[in-house]
Write a protein that binds this ligand. Structure first.
Ligand code: UT7
Length: 332
């Protein structure tokens, strides 16, 4: 992970106010609260409403809160990486928009797209800049406005996604705590099973792509589910093993929140009980790059210096991975 270890020294998250419940979804598509709850664990999700509101709205709120909470001067930020699959525009990068809005005038910034594994890929990338000594203060944002690309006529996908995200501050570790290991993987063979057909350079927007509803998430749910269960559980288990961790050592599993059944399978493979699994899928659904920072934020008060955490994700690409880190600060 580089010569200097990078530690998370602060976290903040933000979700929009509007709550889209399972009951409201049942007025849009043929579904029910009972089906969604038992098949996914989701009860509600947040939606960013309003004209011209992009993912940067989420990122800006998260980063502003983070800077305030950690008493950090935005001018001291060297780099901001925004993990997102729903950038405000194809270009410029949403990271640039966030940096400008928060006054991070000395930072270079860019976006990183790795589907639902985006936050872990960005966190690991950021740690390399700190490890090499090139940067001292890096912000990693994980944020998505999934409602912008979800088809609210497709009951198999619209029920799982929501909007939201968070941001962490990374700094060189003073005491050896921080990111210890990462195990990241991708396989382009996942493309047919989870993608958005149009809007990129292969199929630019046209009347035909609009009429064919090609600007929405296309997901073969049960195929993605099988790959997710197998691969997310495997990397989480592997990263524990290769770092000599047993279940008792792990304070929390911090899993990507796509489906509670995928999370349960990962915890089971690791041999850890539900009390050690961060879970907020019932409130926010799958916010893609946002789920892991949203979890860390919700559980921040329960984390202590030195805690061993395993973060794990699976997403479009396919991409998947696990990060092992030691939490660097106490609550408050
Ligand atoms: O985040 C990154 C990657 N994404 C994921 O990890 C998502 C992984 N996949 C999943 O979480 C699940 O596959 C879903 C929640 C998306 C779907 O659940 P499933 O249990 O895999 O359902 P399915 O797609 O296999 O469909 C089973 C049945 C079908 O009916 P028939 O053909 O058996 O009559 C579907 O039409 O359930 C039906 N169905 C629904 N019924 C009521 C699918 N969606 C719904 C729905 N309400 N919302």
């Amino acid at each position: 992970m580089g010569t200097k270890r990078a530690a998370i020294t602060g976290i903040h998250a933000w979700v929009p106010d509007y709550v889209l419940t399972n009951d409201e979804l049942a007025t849009l598509v043929d579904t029910s609260d009972e089906w969604i709850t038992t098949r996914t664990g989701i009860k509600e999700r947040r939606i960013l409403k309003g004209r011209d509101q992009g993912t940067s709205v989420i990122g800006i709120a998260a980063v502003k809160g983070l800077l305030e909470k950690t008493d950090t001067d935005p001018g001291d930020i060297d780099l901001l990486i925004c993990a997102t699959t729903t950038p405000d525009m194809l270009f410029p990068a949403t990271g640039n928009i966030i940096s400008k809005a928060v006054g991070a005038v000395n930072a270079f910034s860019y976006d990183l797209q790795a589907g639902c594994s985006g936050f872990l890929f960005a966190l690991t990338t950021a740690a390399q800049y700190i490890g090499s000594g090139y940067c001292r203060k890096v912000i990693v944002v994980g944020a998505d406005k999934m409602s912008a690309i979800v088809d609210y006529q497709d009951r198999a996908t619209c029920i799982i996604f929501g909007d939201g995200g968070g941001a962490v501050l990374l700094e060189p570790s003073a005491d050896g705590l921080g990111l210890c290991d990462a195990l990241l993987r991708s396989d382009g063979a996942g493309e047919p099973h989870l993608h958005m057909k149009a809007g990129g350079s292969r199929r630019p927007p046209s009347i035909a792509t609009l009429e064919a509803r090609e600007h929405f998430v296309y997901q073969e749910g049960s195929t993605v589910f099988k790959f997710a269960v197998k691969n997310m559980a495997q990397v989480a288990y592997e990263i524990m093993n290769r770092n000599g961790l047993v279940a008792e050592d792990v304070a929390f599993l911090v899993p990507h929140q796509a489906n509670k059944r995928i999370i349960d399978a990962t915890a089971e493979k690791m041999g850890i009980g539900p009390e050690k699994v961060m879970l907020n899928i019932e409130k926010y659904g799958n916010t893609t790059s946002g789920t892991i920072p949203l979890c860390l934020h919700d559980y921040e008060a329960q984390l202590h210096r030195g805690d061993h955490l395993v973060l794990a994700a699976f997403g479009a690409g396919f991409t998947w991975g696990a990060v092992y880190l030691r939490w660097a600060y106490d609550p408050g």
